[in-house]
Design a protein around this ligand. Structure first.
Ligand code: AHR
Length: 325
């Protein structure tokens, strides 16, 4: 009998849904107690200081604990990151630390690891929680409260502009949890302040040069802008270059606020060009490895291990420049 292509597609989808449902029904994989483990760390990319600091922290902690670390860099591709997790599964790691580049595509990686009996701990970014849940499909999420980071950036901006600003927003990677949540938290506070208006909002992919290019375009279309909200410091630094090239004076005729806490951004505050930075702490190593050990020991792990974040402005930035990354 010749099957209709639509029927084959429907059967395929049903099979995928059935496979995912079967994986979801299983218990969270256990981890044997051992002195040392072989663990994976699937990084998203290494094109900014935040990512490099996170990787360094993970590698340093692995060395300190005497654990073997299988490290991969997805080079900005969600598809490669899924393949990286496949290769970790094939190498028989005891646990996978995953920093999921985007919320939806990386659900597949979490479920594959679960099916293979390998526990996953999500670091710094989330996957879509309607499809994969902490405590059921992965052990936990260790990371900042991105919605709160967006709120804190907006609250500072409202205060420092007297509640009046025309804002250009530079969003992070489309489909990533920090971009989604930083946008949400910021918009929530802005909506309560009638004098504050987001005049343009576009992704600069968390990258410095893309931030510069997007800022250049948005500024041409919105020369009346009086503030910039960048979802990370790298894009804020790129925006400074675009602003200065256009004859604007950041810190004087336009207010810039961003998120992360890189050395360049803290120096930007000291130089009077960036108004404030909400910290997003990248040093995950100690908490990640401690959580894996606690999980192996059979302890109950909270679904979200929150990373606390500082706040930098003119009054305290200088003292943190030297220890920043
Ligand atoms: O997920 C955290 C974000 O990812 C950081 O703010 C950004 O710099 C990084 O690429």
């Amino acid at each position: 009998m010749i099957k209709h292509p639509l029927r084959i597609l429907t059967m395929g989808l049903a099979l995928t849904a059935a496979t995912l449902a079967a994986a979801a029904a299983q218990d969270l994989p256990k981890m044997k107690q051992k002195q040392a483990y072989k663990v994976g760390f699937a990084q998203t990319e290494s094109n900014n200081p935040w990512r490099i600091a996170q990787t360094e922290s993970m590698k340093a902690e692995a060395q300190k604990q005497g654990w073997q670390l299988v490290y991969t860099d997805a080079a900005g591709s969600a598809a490669k990151q899924v393949a990286d997790v496949d290769s970790m599964i094939a190498q028989g790691v005891d646990l996978i630390f995953l920093a999921p580049r985007e919320e939806k595509p990386l659900v597949a990686a979490v479920m594959k690891a679960k099916r293979a009996g390998i526990p996953v701990i999500l670091l710094d970014r989330r996957v879509d929680e309607t499809q994969a849940k902490p405590g059921r499909d992965y052990v936990t999420f260790i990371g900042s409260d991105f919605i709160d980071q967006g709120r804190r950036a907006a609250e500072w901006l409202v205060k420092s502009t007297g509640g009046n600003a025309k804002i250009i927003e530079l969003q992070g990677t489309v489909g990533s949890s920090p971009a989604n949540d930083r946008r949400k938290g910021f918009a929530e506070v802005i909506a309560k302040n009638p004098g504050m208006q987001i005049v343009a909002s576009q992704s600069g992919d968390f990258v410095r040069d893309k931030g510069r290019q997007v800022m250049e375009t948005l500024l041409q279309a919105n020369p009346q802008a009086t503030a910039v909200y960048a979802h990370n410091d790298e894009m804020a630094i790129g925006a400074l270059a675009a602003l200065e090239a256009a004859g604007r004076k950041p810190g004087k005729d336009i207010t810039v606020v961003s998120i992360d806490g890189t050395r360049d951004a803290l120096q930007g505050i000291v130089d009077g060009k960036i108004g404030a930075v909400v910290e997003s702490n990248p040093r995950f190593g100690p908490k990640a490895f401690e959580t894996a050990r606690r999980y192996a020991a059979g302890e109950k792990i909270d679904p979200w291990i929150k990373v606390p974040d500082n706040f930098y402005e003119a009054s305290n930035a200088a003292e943190s420049v030297a220890s920043a990354y």
